[in-house]
Design a protein around this ligand. Structure first.
Ligand SMILES: [Zn+2]
Length: 135
């Protein structure tokens, strides 16, 4: 059996389900596919934007053109938090415990697809995953 990995944020008690974002859950599958790139958006930390950057930041018209906050609930959401790709064989039990955490996969897919303009690099939200359902 292969080991499955899930992106988990223990500080915010959130996770990204690999199947909700229509990807594989094994480590190499995450590494070799767009689903593994989600951390670039989630972990981005900067309160200013630049060329080729996430566009959801803008300067306000207040004092000194002060930087306004992110327009996205996803970009930088996990920056500075305790985040890990947790395997289901891990002795911590965190993989299983995370089932009661908040699944942010849907929001992530929407934001990712708005950010990435290359069609092949877009994510697909899998409505059929069923990971949040009671068993
Ligand atoms: Zn799922």
């Amino acid at each position: 059996m292969g080991q499955y990995f899930k992106a988990i944020n223990t500080d915010k008690q959130e996770y990204v389900c690999p199947w909700c974002i229509d990807g594989g859950a094994k480590l190499w599958e995450r590494a070799a596919n767009t689903q593994g790139s989600i951390f670039t958006l989630l972990l981005r930390k900067c309160d200013e934007g630049g060329g080729g950057d996430y566009y959801g930041y803008h300067r306000g018209c207040g004092e000194g053109g002060a930087i306004r906050g992110p327009l996205s609930p996803i970009a930088g959401r996990w920056a500075g938090d305790r985040v890990a790709l947790v395997g289901d064989y891990d002795s911590s039990g965190l993989y299983q415990e995370s089932e009661r955490f908040r699944n942010i996969s849907r929001e992530l897919v929407d934001e990712w697809n708005a950010f990435i303009e290359i069609e092949e690099q877009k994510l697909k939200y899998n409505e059929e995953c069923g990971c949040g359902e009671e068993s």
